[in-house]
Design a protein around this ligand. Structure first.
Ligand SMILES: Cc1cc2nc3c(=O)[nH]c(=O)nc-3n(C[C@H](O)[C@H](O)[C@H](O)COP(=O)(O)O)c2cc1C
Length: 149
């Protein structure tokens, strides 16, 4: 199955600075409870807009469903997930990150999840774009197409 987007909206990359961390926390359903300034700046949303939103507000259509299924099952099984994510900005541009997600405990009970993200190399962006395109194709997930006019 294919879907069509206006390619001009998807081609602007925001670079995550090397000396900054994108930090967020969610409740157990994945709704954002905390966002730092860097998350707001890189995603193009204000902190107020992010708080209360489901974290899939930054989900990019290039990301295979399978990666998030793995994220949630690893979080539930091992209390941890790490991986490379392409995210969608409010203006429909994108940014790549290496994300580590873990649990926040209170009185030995899991109360939230937290995520810390750092930049990845240009080579890794190419590698993961190809990998995710392949996973989407192999799993018959929605595919990215670019139409040259
Ligand atoms: C702490 C935490 C951080 C997350 N960060 C992201 C993220 O940066 N980008 C993203 O697309 N999904 C992220 N997710 C996963 C989303 O909750 C969601 O599962 C994903 O965007 C896929 O959307 P869907 O579950 O509606 O299919 C995060 C989840 C948690 C618990």
């Amino acid at each position: 199955m294919q879907t069509q987007f206006d390619e001009s909206e998807f081609l602007i990359e925001t670079i995550v600075p090397k000396d900054e961390l994108i930090v967020s926390r969610t409740d157990l359903k994945g709704n954002i409870t905390y966002a730092n300034e860097t998350f707001a700046k890189i995603s193009g949303y204000s902190i107020d807009e992010l708080i209360g939103q489901p974290h899939n507000c930054v989900r990019h259509p290039d990301m295979p469903k399978q990666i998030f299924e793995d994220l949630w099952s690893s979080l539930k099984k091992n209390n941890f997930w790490e991986g490379v994510v392409k995210n969608l900005r409010k203006d429909k541009g994108f940014y790549w990150v290496y994300a580590q997600i873990s649990v926040v405990k209170k009185d030995n009970k899991i109360v939230e999840y937290k995520s810390i993200r750092t930049p990845i190399s240009f080579q890794d962006k190419i590698k993961y774009q190809k990998l995710y395109d392949k996973i989407k194709k192999d799993t018959k997930d929605l595919q990215r197409i670019i139409i040259y006019k």
